[in-house]
Design a protein around this ligand. Structure first.
Ligand SMILES: *Cc1c(COP(=O)(O)O)cnc(C)c1O
Length: 363
């Protein structure tokens, strides 16, 4: 049986009629940018996360770089971030001229809270927490550090829609929570999309100004902004998906529960739960010393996998200018050689799950 790492078509067919109706409704409305769908989505997504405000944007990367822009973090400032993240987290920092300061991850693939304080300097302005793969980070020690050193806290929730730490949604712990609605994310649009959530009214206001050429009132431009608006059609389709978010999250958690219970192979290390945190399994990431042999073996059985991520940002060509070299972050680098995301998507059949489990157990 051919199984792909992700099947976004399945997510569409789950609620096909509702998606098609909404798309037609927006197409026929004659209003396509910054209208009632965006406003309604912003209200509904803020309510979903428990934040006071949400501002729709064009992508997750925009949410990140605009977050630092609005907080006034730029040239000469340092932002602490885990080494094993997706490169967009780092670009959100460097687009503003700020410097990323990498911290090694812990056994849960999240930033290791015990290794943050040693990286703080008088230039440190913020911590960017990434709730990687969909598991909420242990926020307790991080909140303490932010308080102690008076640091801003930004959360990269591109993979963690609906994940909580001690019952509180990711994205609501710090100054700004940044979300992506790229189609493959847990709350995915049918194209690009993003948003920030915040409890700070001024931040929400500033974000709305920045996303629309720096203008609050048409043709009166207060700052050099950008064009980063969530389309009406994407906002409308996101509202449909959001209304089913609890079922969708539960479905992924059920698949993960099967994987956790039924994958039994001494060569494979399964993901572990952080006490107090929930995992929404944007990715189900296993670890294997013989990772590349495992990929080839699964390929032969027509089971697709993805590596998140094969090259850590500090070794990316784009960041040669930061001066890092191989060996500088050994845990991050080892993970890049051992992690593997196995198929995990809404609409995955039990038969497909069984096929993946059996294949991995026979490796
Ligand atoms: C997807 C992703 C982003 C970027 O989101 P886009 O909408 O693709 O710009 C940022 N950070 C993480 C961790 C991501 O997974």
């Amino acid at each position: 049986m051919k199984i792909m790492p992700n099947r976004m078509d399945r997510g569409f067919y789950q609620y096909q009629e509702e998606f098609e109706q909404k798309a037609l409704e927006v197409l026929r409305s004659g209003w396509y940018v910054l209208g009632k769908e965006v406003t309604a989505f912003e209200e509904e997504f803020a309510a979903y996360t428990g934040a006071a405000y949400c501002v729709g944007l064009a992508s997750g990367l925009d949410a990140l770089w605009l977050a630092f822009r609005v907080l006034g973090i730029g040239l000469g400032d340092e932002v602490i971030v885990q080494g094993n993240t997706y490169i967009a987290s780092v670009m959100g920092i460097t687009i503003n001229g700020a410097t990323p300061v990498f911290v090694e991850p812990d056994d849960y693939y999240e930033i290791d809270p015990a290794k943050i304080e040693e990286k703080i300097t008088d230039r440190t302005k913020a911590i960017l927490v990434v709730h990687l793969y969909g598991q909420a980070t242990n926020m307790e020690p991080i909140l303490k550090i932010c308080k102690k050193y008076d640091l801003r806290l930004v959360e990269d929730c591109a993979q963690s829609h609906g994940a909580c730490f001690q019952g509180k949604m990711t994205g609501t712990f710090g100054d700004i929570g940044c979300f992506s609605f790229y189609p493959s994310k847990n709350l995915g649009a049918f194209g690009d999309g993003g948003a920030i959530v915040t409890d700070d009214e001024q931040i929400a206001k500033d974000m709305k100004i920045f996303r629309n050429y720096g203008s609050e009132k048409r043709y009166y431009n207060k700052v050099v902004g950008t064009n980063s608006r969530l389309d009406e059609i994407q906002a409308g389709l996101l509202r449909v998906r959001l209304s089913h978010m609890d079922e969708l999250t539960e479905e992924k958690r059920k698949i993960a529960a099967r994987y956790l219970a039924e994958i039994k192979n001494d060569k494979i290390q399964l993901p572990m739960d952080i006490p107090g945190a929930t995992h929404v399994y944007h990715q189900f990431v296993i670890r294997c010393k013989e990772r590349d042999a495992l990929i080839a073996y699964l390929n032969e059985k027509e089971i697709g996998t993805i590596i998140h991520y094969p090259i850590p940002p500090h070794l990316a060509e784009a960041y040669h200018y930061l001066g890092w070299k191989e060996g500088d972050f050994p845990i991050t680098e080892r993970l890049a050689k051992e992690v593997l995301s196995i198929p995990m998507y809404n609409g995955m059949t039990e038969e497909e799950q069984t096929c993946v489990i059996d294949a991995i157990n026979r490796f």
